[in-house]
Design a protein around this ligand. Sequence first.
Ligand SMILES: C[S@@+](CC[C@H](N)C(=O)[O-])C[C@H]1O[C@@H](n2cnc3c(N)ncnc32)[C@H](O)[C@@H]1O
Length: 210
Amino acid sequence: MRSVRQHVNPLGAQYLVARAARIEVPADAERVEVELGCADGKFSFELAALRPRDFVVGLEIREALVERNREWARRGGQANLAFGYVNINVDLDRVFAPASVDRFHVLFPDPWFKARHRKRRVVDPEMLEVVASQLRPGGELHVASDVFELALAAMAELEGPEADALGFRNLAGEWAFTRQNPCEATSRREDTTLARGQRVWRMRYGVRPR
Ligand SMILES: C[S@@+](CC[C@H](N)C(=O)[O-])C[C@H]1O[C@@H](n2cnc3c(N)ncnc32)[C@H](O)[C@@H]1O
């Protein structure tokens, strides 16, 4: 197994070349759930185990983690679970067919807090365009963060005119956070956030048919 770097810079030259591979979704999958930036994949592993009729995909920029997660899924015999490489802001458009995903989960995505790192943030207008095109009508984008400023920045994108034109609407009402996790599964970062007694800033957006 390759060693795992703590962070990579998604704007580094090697990550700007589009190379993410298509993930084929089994025709008999009841729902398709996708975690973007899955790290060790805890959320994806749990969700796939809890919902054997759904197809769960974890995507991650750190390729050593992709390999490790694939190996664990293979050893665990989890056939409804796949992992793949993506740079969310570069080549997510290559991974899924249009209107093929039921829900994207963007959980605690950004290690970048500083204003000068704004360009590295995951939820941006181009990413939302790809997500909207890959969601099925009635599909959902679920975003959570433990950093209020980052959650608010993501919400500002999602409440803006461009996201509105793409069909996004806040399931909790305009500019509102959601308290409950819509899934039974939790990510590693959600667990550590809650264990420290900190807040999770969560939002859920449905996408209207265009
Ligand atoms: C703070 S971790 C959270 C991991 C997991 N979702 C959780 O909640 O425990 C953020 C993850 O997103 C990944 N990531 C950051 N930017 C990315 C990008 N542009 N494309 C794909 N993955 C990215 C990082 O490598 C990291 O594994």
